[in-house]
Design a protein around this ligand. Structure first.
Ligand code: SF4
Length: 258
């Protein structure tokens, strides 16, 4: 990008305005964010990654492109919420669910009533916007694999904990939106005991590692995006007992010291 060489300007380009805004948002978000939970959006991903994130270890700098996509996603979410409201079906939105016992925190997108006045039908909706390539790569997978296991787990956790507040929720849905071409797909789930057990088992496992101050193993998960790669050597030392977890944390800035 070519910048104008004029020192009187506050911003040299519009892109700089956007980047400044997103950077500030990220900094403010970091300050406000209470990391001391297991987040629904991370369930089903690498246990070690979840553990390190809760400790405030974050070796990967977020790319500007990702921050921009998140911003774009927010706009779409807000529109979906407005549309549900206008249709008179919105029960709740962007609701934060927490559970102290499991140290669980999750925020679902929409709770809507798809039924009529005499027969309400509560459905929980998770909106996932995707790049066209990602949307069509996923949509071409064999049936049964088109919703990633970790996304299903995330949804099951919303369903489980939201039903403690709204016991009449009947189903949970993932609504995929192709950002590029406007194609949509909707998957409906009626989770049962087995799905809830998987969610609670994972939370229990995480809590066990946490209480024992023990680093969970690497799960070689494809969704990790090499999160801990920059710290590989040090993590190997923790694993082998050469250094303690506390020593490791001293050198790798904790955002959250609770
Ligand atoms: S490299 Fe292994 S431990 Fe690190 S985030 Fe990925 S799966 Fe987890």
């Amino acid at each position: 990008m070519k910048y104008m060489q004029n020192s009187n300007l506050k911003f040299r380009s519009f892109d700089e305005v956007l980047r400044t805004y997103l950077k500030r948002q990220e900094e403010e978000g970091k300050e406000k964010r209470d990391n001391n939970w297991w987040f629904a959006s991370e369930l089903g991903t690498c246990l070690r990654k979840q553990f390190l994130r809760r400790l405030g270890v974050n070796p990967v700098q977020k790319e500007f492109r990702i921050a921009f996509l998140a911003e774009q996603g927010k706009v779409i979410h807000d529109r979906m919420e407005a549309i549900a409201k206008q249709a008179g079906i919105l029960v709740n939105s962007e609701y934060t669910l927490t559970n102290e016992q499991y140290r669980y925190k999750g925020r679902f997108d929409l709770l809507v009533n798809l039924g009529n006045g005499t027969d309400p039908y509560l459905s929980l909706i998770d909106i996932k916007t995707q790049r066209p390539e990602a949307f069509f790569r996923r949509a071409k997978l064999p049936e049964g694999q088109r919703v990633a296991a970790f996304q299903k787990k995330q949804l099951a956790s919303y369903f489980y904990f939201a039903r403690m507040i709204w016991p009449t929720i009947r189903d949970a849905r993932i609504y995929y939106l192709d950002r590029g071409g406007g194609v949509r797909e909707e998957y409906l789930f009626k989770f049962g005991k087995e799905a809830f057990k998987e969610v609670l088992d994972e939370l229990e496992t995480l809590n066990k590692y946490w209480q024992e101050k023990k680093l969970p193993p690497c799960s070689n998960s494809f969704v990790c995006r090499n999160f801990c790669k920059p710290l590989k050597k040090e993590l190997l030392k923790v694993e082998s007992g050469e250094i303690s977890l506390e020593e490791f944390l001293k050198n790798h800035g904790q955002e959250n010291k609770k």
